[in-house]
Ligand binder design. Structure first.
Ligand SMILES: [Zn+2]
Length: 249
């Protein structure tokens, strides 16, 4: 008589260094789970180095076919199996959230930093960029941001970028709300990291009093950075449209 299927037989587990990957056997091959664990172990090591954190974090990834939005809770990261199989999972983004939790920083800073670090790592040859909302990572994020700002959906989330809070509908409407919010936050973070340096940005991630810390560490307030960034995008856009005509497509 066949009994009920044991949960263990439906899921497999792979360990690599300080990474544990649990996956559903029906939706992912063992070798894909193994190569993902290797990528995640490398990403964790490199992000710890970049963030100046000791190399001792243990992370658990749970890969699920039904997962739609990736999340990090404590040391557990939930990812879509399909995205892992197609190498478009935001695993570096989620590792960045776990290493640099930004508990007191505004959402634009926390999400912008995770997006920025994901692109930065992949552009340095470590793993891949999920490109969830950008087309060409850090290199193309300003052009993506300028495109969003040229339309109503970008303008609608702009009041939340460089300030506090998250736009209504950010979880329910990934396409029209989360996408512009993440891209604009990523672009502002790139501007801040380019101008003030990545070490300064990483120091800010852990600060309890974000606004005074931003002024102290970078010499400027959030409204100043925001307005300089918008000027920079406008200038970039004017130059691009006159020399390369890249907008509008
Ligand atoms: Zn995030």
């Amino acid at each position: 008589m066949a009994g009920p299927v044991e949960p263990q037989s439906r899921t497999g587990t792979v360990r690599r260094g300080r990474i544990t990957v649990q996956y559903e056997r029906a939706t992912l091959r063992h070798e894909d789970a193994r190569s993902f664990a290797a990528l995640a172990a490398e990403g964790l090591r490199e992000l710890e180095r970049l963030a100046g954190r000791p190399a001792r974090t243990r992370l658990r990834f749970e890969l699920r076919a039904a997962t739609r939005i990736s999340t990090a809770r404590g040391r557990t990261i939930l990812l879509s199996t399909h995205r892992v199989a197609s190498r478009s999972a935001p695993y570096l983004h989620e590792i960045a959230h776990t290493l640099l939790p930004c508990r007191y920083a505004p959402a634009w800073f926390s999400e912008g930093l995770a997006c920025y670090l994901e692109s930065h790592m992949s552009e340095c040859g470590c793993g891949y960029d999920s490109r969830l909302f950008t087309e060409h990572g850090n290199r193309g994020v300003d052009a993506d941001a300028a495109r969003w700002l040229a339309e109503a959906r970008g303008q609608k989330v702009l009041p939340y970028v460089g300030t506090r809070g998250t736009p209504p509908g950010i979880v329910a409407d990934r396409h029209n709300v989360a996408a512009p919010f993440y891209v604009l936050s990523h672009s502002l973070m790139k501007f801040l990291a380019d101008q003030a340096g990545l070490p300064a940005v990483i120091r800010l991630a852990g600060s309890r009093n974000f606004s005074p810390a931003l002024r102290r560490v970078t010499g400027k307030s959030a409204p100043s950075w925001r307005s300089l960034w918008l000027d920079h995008l406008a200038l970039d856009g004017a130059q691009s449209s006159s020399s390369r005509n890249t907008f509008g497509g």
